[in-house]
Design a binder for this molecule. Structure first.
Ligand code: GUN
Length: 287
């Protein structure tokens, strides 16, 4: 029987610390501010953006949400990003992905001031993460690392297997586990004998966007299983990339969906926005 890693509880603890630091900054006349831009009507993205705004308000941040129509042009979006780059009230800018097909994610991200890139998607910040000397945390992978730490799980010397190689999760997750001295393998759609690799994992992080893909036979007894997936079943229920029913009895620790990694991602976004505001205030970032 696995211990369930309660992402909501860990997120609440960290958000409490962030709120306390925000209150200190407010005394100095600085309120951390996050701008979130969403283009188009994707229902899932709209829910994520609403949750980000609510989370900002709960810790005392200023937040601005820009809901732009699907037909927004690249020039219009770049103009807004440019304005926010120069707005002193805004310490973090997040452009919700995916963007509509006529907009190029890479071009938009490259035009966010790296000092305000709280997603850590700008090539400068991606490079810093690679080197291991960075200000902004890649939100989802960093949230996973906080969860491991809170559970007393040290990746050092462990077989860490990441399933998925996205720029948002898989690649930066592999880097953070490597920085923590894990022995890291990254699997993807072309990996041969995937189950043979996942069965080696002491720590298995799954981020492929396929509902209930990892089953109990693919997991070693006693493994720590982190499920980054967020999928909707045909019956409307949310489910992760891990088949909880068959994996949970074998794992030592496992994250649920929902209530696992999700709340941690937004928490790390708040952390990055705070870090950016503290830089303006001349205060060192939180350890
Ligand atoms: N879409 C899905 N996850 C994310 C994220 O972490 N940041 C942004 N900007 N868009 C996303």
């Amino acid at each position: 029987m696995a211990q369930i890693i309660d992402g909501k509880k860990i997120a609440a603890k960290v958000r409490g610390e962030i709120a306390a630091e925000c209150a200190e900054l407010l005394k100095k006349g600085i309120q951390p501010g996050l701008a979130v831009i969403i283009v188009g009507d994707d229902p899932a993205s709209k829910v994520y953006v609403r949750n980000k705004k609510k989370a900002c308000e709960e810790v005392g941040f200023h937040s601005e949400v820009y809901e732009l129509p699907e037909a927004t042009t690249e020039d219009e979006l770049l103009a807004l990003v440019g304005r926010l780059n120069n707005d002193d009230r805004i310490h973090g800018i997040l452009v919700q992905l995916p963007l509509p097909r006529h907009l190029n994610d890479d071009i938009i991200i490259a035009n966010i001031d790296p000092k305000k890139d709280v997603d850590a998607f700008h090539p400068v910040n991606v490079g810093k993460i690679m080197i291991g000397n960075y200000d902004f945390l890649p939100c989802t992978p960093a949230g996973v690392m906080v969860m491991l730490k809170e559970c007393g799980i040290d990746p050092a010397g462990k077989e860490c297997v990441v399933v998925g190689r996205s720029n948002i999760v898989g690649k930066p997750q592999a880097m953070l586990l490597l920085h923590a001295n894990g022995t890291v393998t990254v699997c993807h759609s072309k990996t041969k004998n995937l189950a043979d690799v996942t069965r080696r994992a002491d720590i298995l992080v799954v981020a492929i966007g396929k509902a209930d893909f990892i089953t109990g036979d693919m997991v070693k007894d006693g493994a720590v299983v982190i499920d980054v997936g967020m999928n909707r079943r045909p019956d409307g229920k949310l489910t992760g990339d891990v088949d909880f029913a068959s994996v949970e009895p074998k794992a030592s620790f496992i994250t649920p969906v929902p209530g696992g990694v999700g709340p941690m991602t937004i928490t790390m976004l708040l952390q990055n926005t705070l870090t950016s505001a503290k830089r303006v205030a001349g205060t060192p970032p939180r350890a």
